[in-house]
Design a protein around this ligand. Structure first.
Ligand SMILES: Cc1cc2nc3c(=O)[nH]c(=O)nc-3n(C[C@H](O)[C@H](O)[C@H](O)COP(=O)(O)OP(=O)(O)OC[C@H]3O[C@@H](n4cnc5c(N)ncnc54)[C@H](O)[C@@H]3O)c2cc1C
Length: 427
């Protein structure tokens, strides 16, 4: 088996294959170094979030299948905890759940609507809960909290520790990892590199946001950048105000995605979308840094937590994630060609990649399990539009998202811009 990409997808797949059949020969080919992609740079939410909603999955495959996908995601959060503990991977896994605060009237309306919708799918209090202002503020001491949604299905993790620990676990089981080995083309039965071809029965594409750089895949997913900052370690009296005592991950119900976690060494790591999409789906190291976005993140953070004014940011970084046209992640194996893939997680890949790896192992080994019957298996997302339409649509969507938050801050009502531009804002 040849696996292209040394992030969580590639490594969980290699790991799961070797656990299932220790006699397999598995090679991982990584263009740079293990964890070079999103797996070494993310916000560390190991969550049950899946980019396609239960409603979208129901439209695709029916209610039962959609709910089975949701259950599988919830179980995966625990599975990552179990496996990392068993393998001695010290990735600072802390299962505190996620609190998403409502900090305006419009956000509070969305929070209540989300919980009402969850109930309509039979999701109970143990899955998603509405918290009042006092209960929410006791967990997250942010300014202007009117309430929140809370789910226990998330663990905060340290991304680099997870990816390097996983690589070591793979090697212990006999996986060969070739770093600095860029695959130039994936074909049935082989992966081509500048150093020669690797022949394999199955070739797995696990290249996520970098996929458009491979021949023939320019429109498969778009690389959209998410950027992050991390503060210096914060003193105990600051944490007494901010809270997050169980290292709950947090966000709020604004339109533009933001996410944060309290790290094991007491920093606040905080990120968000909002960096522009680059014409032609380009991916370049210089796109990882955008001073305007970093400044915006700092402003958001200090407005949420005034106690952080003047706090030093010691790290700032970013990276590409992969968005499929219908926002539905997928995993699959074409038995005829031996070509397999997993990806399109949008920003929800930390746990999902584990589910992908276990599913790919079952597919490759021809096992008839519950995992291979989940609705994302074999799903094919449509191609993105050609340029410049792609550039126009995505960047207009980003602007509309920002505008919607400004509108809500001014009017206090749910955004009309958001409603009018819903198709641009994603699936
Ligand atoms: C800033 C940021 C924050 C995020 N926060 C979260 C979060 O909190 N929670 C969450 O669930 N998700 C989050 N995500 C998304 C999550 O990190 C990804 O979905 C996940 O890591 C994807 O793993 P992967 O292995 O599929 O891809 P990647 O980790 O991107 O790995 C792909 C690998 O393939 C290699 N590669 C690419 N092309 C080739 C080639 N031609 N030949 C050989 N190798 C190649 C790359 O170098 C890379 O190492 C975030 C992403 C970013 C960028």
């Amino acid at each position: 088996m040849a696996i292209v990409g040394g992030g969580y997808t590639g490594l969980w797949t290699a790991y799961s294959l070797l656990v299932a059949d220790p006699t397999l020969r598995v090679v991982v080919l990584e263009a740079e170094q293990v964890g070079h992609g999103a797996s070494g740079r993310n916000g560390g939410w190991c969550s049950a979030l899946f980019p396609a909603s239960i409603a979208a999955l129901t439209a695709m495959a029916g209610r039962e299948a959609a709910l089975a996908q949701h259950r599988a995601m919830r179980e995966t959060v625990a599975e990552v905890g179990r496996t990392t503990a068993a393998e001695g991977i010290d990735c600072h896994y802390a299962r505190g759940g996620t609190l998403v605060a409502a900090r305006s009237r419009a956000q509070w309306a969305r929070a209540r609507a989300e919980v009402a919708e969850a109930r309509s799918w039979g999701r109970g209090e143990d899955d998603l809960r509405l918290l009042g202002a006092a209960e929410a503020s006791a967990v997250l001491g942010a300014r202007g909290v009117r309430g929140a949604t809370y789910t226990p299905d998330c663990a905060a993790i340290h991304p680099v520790r997870l990816v390097t620990g996983l690589a070591e676990a793979c090697e212990r089981r006999g996986v060969t990892i070739h770093e600095r080995t860029r695959v130039t083309a994936i074909e049935p039965g082989r992966a081509r590199t500048a150093h020669g071809d690797v022949r394999a029965e199955v070739v797995v594409r696990a290249t996520e946001g970098f996929t458009p750089l491979l021949p023939g895949l320019r429109r498969a997913v778009v690389p959209v950048y998410s950027l992050m900052i991390a503060t210096e370690p914060l003193p105990a009296q600051t944490w007494a105000e901010i809270g997050l005592a169980r290292r709950e991950t947090f966000s709020d119900h604004r339109h533009l995605v933001i996410y944060g976690q309290r790290t094991a060494d007491d920093r606040l790591a905080f990120g968000g979308r909002g960096a522009p999409y680059h014409l032609g789906s380009r991916v370049r190291p210089e796109f990882d840094h955008d001073e305007r976005v970093f400044a915006g993140l700092y402003a958001t953070l200090t407005s949420m937590f005034p106690v952080l004014a003047g706090t030093r940011v010691t790290h700032a970084w970013g990276g590409p994630l992969g968005i499929p046209r219908d926002w539905c992640a997928s995993v699959g194996l074409d038995r005829r060609t031996g070509l397999a893939w997993a990806g399109g997680y949008v920003g929800d890949g930390v746990a999902t990649t584990n589910l992908a790896g276990r599913t790919l192992a079952d597919l490759v080994l021809g096992r008839d399990t519950d995992l291979v019957r989940l609705p994302w298996v074999g799903h094919r997302s449509p191609a993105w539009e050609p340029e410049p339409l792609r550039w126009l649509g995505i960047n207009l969507g980003l602007r509309a998202t920002r505008l919607a938050d400004v509108e809500e801050a001014v009017t206090g009502r749910p955004s009309l811009v958001a409603r009018a531009t819903a198709p641009l804002l994603g699936g």
